[in-house]
Design a protein around this ligand. Structure first.
Ligand SMILES: O=C(O)CCC(=O)C(=O)O
Ligand SMILES: [Fe+2]
Length: 209
């Protein structure tokens, strides 16, 4: 059901550019409600390469849900990058926090994801209904170009975002109107040719770490 009046959003940037401490991030496209924003220039090529380098020997089959189980819903591999391990992670976490408008400490930390041909993350919600300190928003950053497939898709919104190195998609699900949150159902489509590297930050309402 569409609301009469637009609900307020966490992401409050207007215009075409977000000036973070060390980088101008570009607002490329926006869906207003629920808010979904495609962002450019989030990471440099070197930062993307470095995040892949830091992760590649630590990748494990991805888990899902609050019980963190292996499930056919999610066939990628992934790893959480430990904070404070390197300057680059701290720098990127700070930038992400400015983009998302939420303090660094509310984030779970950067999770790097790798999908090989045929691997996917089927349509899901990023929030858990029962959580005391729920997730409120997500930023998925793309660390490489994928030759074919690997889009982040939102079936209810009939929207898909193709991965492009250094770009990202942002969305939030902290609306009073629950129906808006449920419109953020999304997935990572199977990779058809090549492989896909991405990095996700999930933010929580309150401090998480
Ligand atoms: O890989 C993608 O495009 C989506 C990833 C995702 O939904 C997540 O990490 O929660
Ligand atoms: Fe997700």
């Amino acid at each position: 059901m569409a609301t009469e009046k637009k609900e307020s959003t966490i992401f409050s940037h207007t215009g075409n550019t977000i000036q973070t401490a060390d980088r101008d991030v570009h607002i490329i496209a926006k869906l207003e409600e629920p808010l979904v924003v495609v962002l450019g220039n989030v990471l440099s090529d070197e930062e993307c390469d470095e995040l892949i380098q830091l992760s590649k020997d630590r990748m494990e089959r991805s888990k899902i849900g609050s019980a963190r189980e292996v499930n056919s819903l999610r066939t990628s591999s992934s790893t959480f990058l430990p904070e404070d391990e390197s300057d680059i992670i701290n720098r990127i976490e700070k930038r992400i926090s400015q983009i998302m408008g939420v303090p660094v400490e509310h984030g779970e930390g950067i999770q790097v994801l790798n999908y090989k041909v045929g691997q996917e993350y089927k349509a899901h919600f990023d929030f858990f209904e029962s959580a005391k300190n729920p997730r409120i928003s997500t930023l998925v950053m793309y660390l490489n170009d994928v030759e074919s497939g690997g889009e982040t898709y939102f079936p209810h919104l009939k929207l898909s975002v193709s991965p492009r190195k250094g770009m990202a998609v942002y969305f939030e699900y902290f609306y009073e109107d629950h129906a808006l949150n449920e419109l953020t159902l999304h997935g990572g489509a199977p990779v058809i040719i090549g492989d896909k590297w991405a990095a996700t930050q999930w933010m929580h309402r309150q401090q998480f770490r």
